[in-house]
Design a protein around this ligand. Structure first.
Ligand code: PLP
Ligand code: COI
Length: 347
């Protein structure tokens, strides 16, 4: 199949229409077999629980054209597991792992002409979502659901790409609280974060760095990504908190860091420690690893890059992660799962 003619090197992180999405409906206690659809719209009852009571969950992962021309996804089983935890927590039916992975295989293959070519920096972003579709007026879970997966080619989430970005701690806003739903991927967390991100961006920062909502003493995460710092003695430290999303990218970097001898640790990180780090980064599927140039906290800046050169540790970690995702080096962890395509992509 001939590849779509897009300006692959200059794609931003936005929605680009592709040919198909896949939809599975849940009714009478079971999921159906799923259909590929060309429709970009969903017929939805105005009283659907997703619209009123936030029964909505999503995931984000990527398919990569690898160096040898094959196509692979990165740790999709972990996205399936996280979606399971999310669904359980907001009383939605679980999407079985096998169904989740089958949906990815089918929708990636159906849209194979939109998989960006190796070497362009673009990837195929995969966005699974589950929504309550049943009508309810009282607060209770729906009886009916839809699991949809769409794909869209993307470039870097932060405009800078692999260039250091600036963060600010906006203490007046919280994204999530302990005991709430900050540790699962529901849309409401992002709505809660809009004000803080908007404020940070209006001041010229790329995004916010949240503190724990209870004490405002410890680091949580950034709006769309986890956070890590590198201590003076070369240790990878990343926040342990009940209100952050367990990032699959971060989980992977922790293993890579361990194998690089960076002695990674997850622990509560007092905000003042930002002034002691020698390097720092944001990490996530969309953000990949974006180095942090500086963090503004109250009236001080913690600065990690003197100019726009990414830190030494961020660079090493980024290169290793990306070369596994792109099949440039052997994946010793078993993170990469090949997708078989109906026919080869040309061009
Ligand atoms: N934290 C938040 C709030 C996110 O939205 C994301 C993106 O999914 C992440 C962290 C990173 O998670 P992952 O690496 O699994 O994409
Ligand atoms: C992802 O990294 O996949 C996310 O879901 C982050 C999102 C805010 C774009």
């Amino acid at each position: 199949m001939k590849r779509a003619d897009l300006d692959w090197g200059n794609i931003g992180f936005g929605f680009k229409q592709t040919d198909y999405n896949i939809r599975y409906a849940y009714k009478d206690g079971k999921w159906d077999k799923g259909v590929l659809s060309t429709d970009q719209f969903i017929p939805l009852h105005m009283a659907a629980t997703s619209l009123h009571y936030g029964q909505e969950a999503f995931e984000g992962l990527k398919a990569y054209e690898q160096k040898d021309g094959s196509v692979a996804v990165f740790r999709d089983v972990e996205n399936a597991r996280r979606l399971k935890r999310t669904c359980e927590k907001i009383f939605m039916p679980v999407v079985p792992e096998a169904m989740f992975m089958e949906a990815i295989d089918r929708v990636v293959d159906a849209n194979r002409k939109f998989i960006p070519p190796y070497g362009t920096g673009a990837t195929l972003y995969i966005r699974p979502l589950v929504i309550g579709t049943g009508a309810k007026v009282g607060v209770s879970p729906s009886d009916e659901y839809l699991f949809i997966v769409f794909v869209t080619p993307v470039g870097p989430y932060f405009k800078s790409g692999f260039k250091p970005l600036t963060l600010i701690v906006e203490e007046e806003f919280d994204r999530a609280s302990p005991g709430g739903v900050g540790d699962i991927k529901v849309g409401g967390n992002y709505a809660a974060g809009l004000r803080a991100t908007f404020k940070a961006k209006s001041k010229g920062y790329a995004d916010v760095l949240y503190l724990d909502a209870r004490q405002k003493k410890y680091l949580d995460e950034s709006g769309p990504a986890n956070f890590f710092g590198i201590t003076k003695d070369g240790q990878y430290v990343t926040p342990e908190s009940p209100s952050i999303l367990p990032s699959i990218t971060n989980m992977s970097l922790v293993e890579i860091a361990r194998d690089m001898g960076l002695n990674p640790v997850r622990r509560p990180i007092p905000v003042d420690e930002i002034f002691d780090f020698v390097d720092a980064g944001c990490c996530g599927t969309a953000a990949v690893l974006t180095p942090v140039k500086s963090i503004t906290y109250r009236d001080r800046d913690a600065v990690y890059c003197k100019d726009d050169t990414p830190g030494e540790y961020s660079t090493k970690l980024y290169k290793k992660l990306l070369s596994i995702q792109l099949g440039e080096e052997v994946d010793p962890y078993g993170w990469v799962r090949k997708i078989s395509l109906t026919d080869p992509i040309e061009g």
